[in-house]
Design a protein. Structure first.
Length: 560
């Protein structure tokens, strides 16, 4: 019965896609599409709720429930286990596509049915993958208990991380569908729709990446938030591309709609095909050739669609000649170039069979951070000429403060920090008078993220403590920790205002006379990474708030 429900939903979704090619008048077609999609939403919602119910009530005759839950699994993790495996993840994605399809139905315009036709075609492919993965497959013998979730997945951040990413991918599917509306004469309404879904995709994918990095830092046991894993990279690249498009302010290009979703499809293909099982900690080890083929077809279809639109030259825009120092294209090219280099490093091991060294990613990240900081200074060139000495003094004071906080003197890294601190130092000495508050808010978040990355990754140091004979505790930076607490976890993170200290219990060495050698690593300024990430992603909300306050003030002034 469960499989029939999903099969029926896929059939209805396929009908929505096929109706796109029929000559039915738009008014009648819209009514039919609404009915079919509402039925699809009802079926997929019921199927999703049914799967969650089976998990909550421990119905171990179902293979998915057996593999991902157990009787002693907490209720919240029984629910979140829906997206802990490939079958459940596809079901979650199908559910989110259904819900977000309701927003697509509300899009008005001459080409609204075409937009929905493309979106329902994408949804049909995901539904098909959900059916092929067989989430409701039953076992011949019903076990008394399930295998449960791995300890790493029993984390609050894992509850929100996958849904956020799938919401972003669904939003990018809507963005892709809007490409059909883009012409050389696109109006403000079309551009407004594109900008809206561009921002939604950017925010949710950013939140997904950030929550995933927090989860990795807390739960994976290696004390890091980013490992340049191929799956991590294939989520970061479309986010960087979306960031570049948001800076562009010109949405009269089909590439704005098509490229992000195409890259996302490629990332899903890498994760689900099993191609990266020996290179990624996040990839699924068992790939399904049919599912991999469908995802690859989605990617290739999107790519060929982009190429065909380029060949037809539907986008006719007037290009600027040359560059000025204040040209935003410079930062757009730097962002896209950074994304391209990450992408090359990600796919190179698949083609060349040689792992990309971490130093490659470090080098391109240092180059990007330096270029980004210089471009921010260039945009405030007039104030830079006036206050350059004062800016250098403030930036130097900040660096000296970081030396005190981290206790580390590494010249080249401190030089990079000094350069990255110049833009906020200039903003400070100029009294934040050159740009809008939204500009300062978003770019300050980026600077904080870069500072947190450099501080935690490069200014940290390895140290150790040796326990006294027969002692049952250790003291690190004035904090007392019992050996029992250390033995209960694979990794212990001690949080201080200026740094984190990571103790990996697997590296503890037993010495003679009942003593223990306990190594640890410091992560200075890591709090800046988290603050910076959230500040960046909160910038659209702050922009809306600033605009609302501004309008409110103008309204009050008019009334007076």
């Amino acid at each position: 019965m469960e499989n029939i429900l999903m099969l029926l939903a896929s059939f209805l979704c396929g009908c929505c896609a096929l109706l796109y090619f029929t000559p039915i008048p738009p008014k009648k077609l819209n009514k039919v599409l609404h009915i079919l999609w509402y039925l699809t939403v009802a079926l997929v919602t019921f199927t999703t709720v049914l799967m969650i119910t089976l998990q909550v009530f421990s119905r171990f005759e179902y293979q998915y429930v057996y593999h991902h839950t157990s009787r002693n699994t907490a209720l919240i993790y029984k629910i979140s286990s829906l997206w802990s495996g490939q079958e459940g993840s596809f079901l979650l994605w199908a559910f989110l596509l259904c819900i977000m399809g309701l927003f697509v139905l509300k899009i008005k315009g001459q080409k609204s049915t075409r937009v929905f036709g493309i979106y329902s075609s994408i949804s049909f492919c995901i539904f098909l993958m959900c059916i092929i993965s067989k989430p409701f497959l039953k076992m011949e013998i019903t076990p008394s208990d399930g295998l449960g979730l791995t300890q790493a997945l029993k984390d609050p951040w894992m509850i929100v991380h996958p849904p956020l990413v799938f919401i972003a991918y669904s939003a990018m599917a809507i963005l892709f569908s809007l490409s059909i509306t883009v012409t050389k004469d696109s109006n403000k309404i079309i551009n407004s729709h594109i900008l809206t879904w561009l921002r939604i995709s950017w925010v949710f994918l950013g939140l997904g990446i950030l929550s995933g990095s927090i989860w990795a830092y807390r739960a994976l046991g290696w004390g890091g938030y980013w490992a340049w894993d191929p799956i991590e990279n294939t989520a970061l690249v479309p986010w960087l591309v979306l960031t570049g498009y948001l800076h562009n302010k010109d949405y009269n290009h089909r590439s704005v709609c098509i490229v992000p979703f195409s890259i996302a499809c490629f990332g899903v293909f890498l994760a689900r095909s099993g191609i990266l099982k020996d290179q990624s900690a996040h990839a699924y080890t068992d790939g399904n050739i049919i599912i991999s083929g469908i995802i690859l077809c989605l990617f290739m279809g999107a790519f060929l669609y982009l190429i065909s639109t380029r060949i037809r030259k539907v986008n006719v825009t007037t290009k600027k000649k040359g560059f000025s120092l204040h040209d935003k294209r410079l930062i757009i090219y730097s962002i896209n170039g950074y994304a391209a280099l990450i992408f090359i490093g990600t796919v190179s091991p698949i083609i060349l069979k040689i792992n990309t060294p971490i130093i490659y990613y470090s080098a391109i990240s240092i180059a990007f951070a330096s270029i980004y900081s210089i471009l921010l200074l260039v945009w405030d060139l007039e104030w830079l000429k006036r206050r350059n000495i004062l800016m250098l003094v403030v930036s130097t004071i900040f660096v000296m403060g970081m030396i005190v906080l981290s206790g580390s003197i590494k010249f080249w890294w401190l030089l990079l920090l000094w350069i990255c601190l110049m833009p906020p130092s200039l903003w400070l000495v100029s009294g934040f008078r050159t740009k809008s508050l939204n500009y300062y808010f978003s770019h300050l978040g980026m600077v904080l993220l870069i500072l947190g990355t450099i501080g935690s990754s490069s200014l940290g140091k390895e140290a150790s403590v040796i326990t006294d004979a027969d002692s049952n505790h250790i003291v690190i930076y004035g904090k007392e920790i019992s050996l029992t607490e250390l033995g209960a976890k694979d990794m212990l993170i001690l949080t201080f205002p200026t740094m984190d200290i990571v103790v990996q219990t697997s590296k503890i060495i037993t010495l003679s006379e009942g003593r223990y050698f306990i190594p640890y690593v410091t992560k200075p300024l890591i709090i800046l990474f988290w603050i910076g990430g959230f500040v960046i992603l909160a910038s659209p909300g702050m922009r809306a708030l600033f605009l609302r306050v501004k309008i409110f003030k103008h309204t009050n002034h008019d009334i007076d």
